[in-house]
Design a protein around this ligand. Structure first.
Ligand code: FAD
Ligand code: FES
Length: 343
């Protein structure tokens, strides 16, 4: 896994509980929708977290992440309250499959559902597509609690004015002020049906859907889209919540050999435990980030024996699975001996 160094150039307050962090180097290569996995040193403890890039490389914007404070959250609170320009951080190179490849000749209809900080990867995609795909139409349905918590409100308004015939934003607030004239409520599957009706172009089956937000929100949106019989291949999503894999009861006790950075470690992986948690228990340092099958930072290749990866994963493509790639964070041993190579 490639490590890079980044330096904080600027901290920009977006809302009372969200900041954007502008990073150097300016020439970082990433796809719209990808994220960085950064290591923070907080009170002597090293912690890793993933943050999506909200900037658009296609517009020559400097790489920027946007972080919303989570109640009681260690890193999001540190970033919102303490971090300053000049701080240097380690990061994995940009990762993630929740991306979109712009092609100027393409005409697409795209419907995005975002909630709270889930706007970040969508923002990068929106800016890129509006700039590079002149015929593509995008609708963004963006859920927040109140007017003040809407990240990028002004930028989204400007983009709507600039691309009035092909970019539409519908805000939905769960606890708006009494002055709010827009849509109110929490998104559930019935509301999804009503929202789709508000989009003037006949999207339904033709559109591609991109969803990002907390798991509960995403499940409601997915249920609504399944009522509309949207083909699941047209639905793309990324979760920021990390559901740890439920213990697996088909795995067995195993001796797992891990080859990583010219070192070889042999660890005991008990039945029902993941390879990553067993490596951590044995104080063997292997890469990881989300621990929830989202980011691919813990990816390795099973070169001998058999490993089962929980279905909750969304980081590996079917091609990667066919080629023996596994995730240690959701990977369980199925044979008494297993060998894994981590690049
Ligand atoms: C691929 C990926 C991309 C991400 N991109 C962004 C981004 O662009 N902007 C952003 O703000 N966050 C993003 N996140 C979430 C981020 O990585 C952290 O999980 C989040 O900042 C909370 O970390 P923390 O250390 O503050 O909270 P922790 O100290 O880890 O957790 C404190 C409490 O908050 C809960 N919690 C943790 N994460 C969340 C969450 N996302 N929402 C609600 N409750 C939570 C925990 O269950 C726990 O109870 C992303 C996550 C992933 C996996
Ligand atoms: S640590 Fe993110 S997929 Fe395993």
């Amino acid at each position: 896994m490639n490590q890079i160094k980044v330096k904080i150039k600027e901290v920009i307050r977006e809302t009372a509980d969200a900041v954007s962090i502008v990073l150097d180097p300016a020439d970082l290569n990433y796809k719209p929708g990808q994220f960085l996995t950064l290591t923070f040193n907080i009170a002597g403890e090293q912690v890793q977290r993933s943050y999506s890039l909200s900037s658009a490389q296609a517009l020559n914007e400097p790489p920027t992440i946007t972080v919303k404070k989570v109640a009681g959250g260690k890193v999001s609170t540190y970033i919102n309250d303490t971090i300053t320009a000049g701080t240097e951080l380690e990061s994995f190179a940009p990762l993630g499959n929740f991306t979109i490849e712009p092609k100027s000749s393409q005409t697409r209809q795209i419907v995005m559902f975002g909630a709270g900080s889930g706007i970040t990867p969508l923002m990068s995609m929106i800016k890129t597509l509006l700039a590079l795909e002149p015929n593509t139409k995008i609708a963004l349905l963006y859920a927040n609690s109140n007017e003040d918590s809407i990240i990028f409100y002004n930028q989204l308004e400007q983009l709507q004015k600039l691309h009035a015939n092909r970019f539409q934003v519908i805000h939905i607030l769960s606890k708006p002020s009494s002055n709010w004239v827009g849509l109110t409520g929490r998104i559930n599957k019935d509301m999804v049906l009503q929202l789709i009706e508000q989009i003037p172009v006949v999207y339904a089956n033709k559109a591609a859907y991109y969803i990002c937000g907390p798991d509960g929100f995403m499940n409601e949106v997915k249920s609504g889209l399944s009522l509309l019989k949207i083909d699941s291949t047209n639905i793309h999503f990324e979760s920021f919540n990390l559901t740890k894999g439920s213990d697996d009861n088909t795995s067995i006790d195993s001796e797992v050999t891990i080859k990583y950075r010219k070192s070889t470690h042999v660890i005991h992986v008990p039945a029902g435990k993941t390879i990553l948690e067993s490596a951590q228990a044995a104080k063997v340092n292997i890469p990881y980030s989300c621990q929830g099958g989202v980011c691919s930072a813990c990816m390795g290749r099973c070169t001998s024996g058999k490993v089962k990866v929980s279905d909750e994963q969304s980081a590996l493509s079917s091609g990667e699975i066919d080629n023996g790639y596994i995730l240690t964070c959701l990977g369980y041993a199925l044979t008494p001996k297993v060998e894994i190579a981590i690049e």
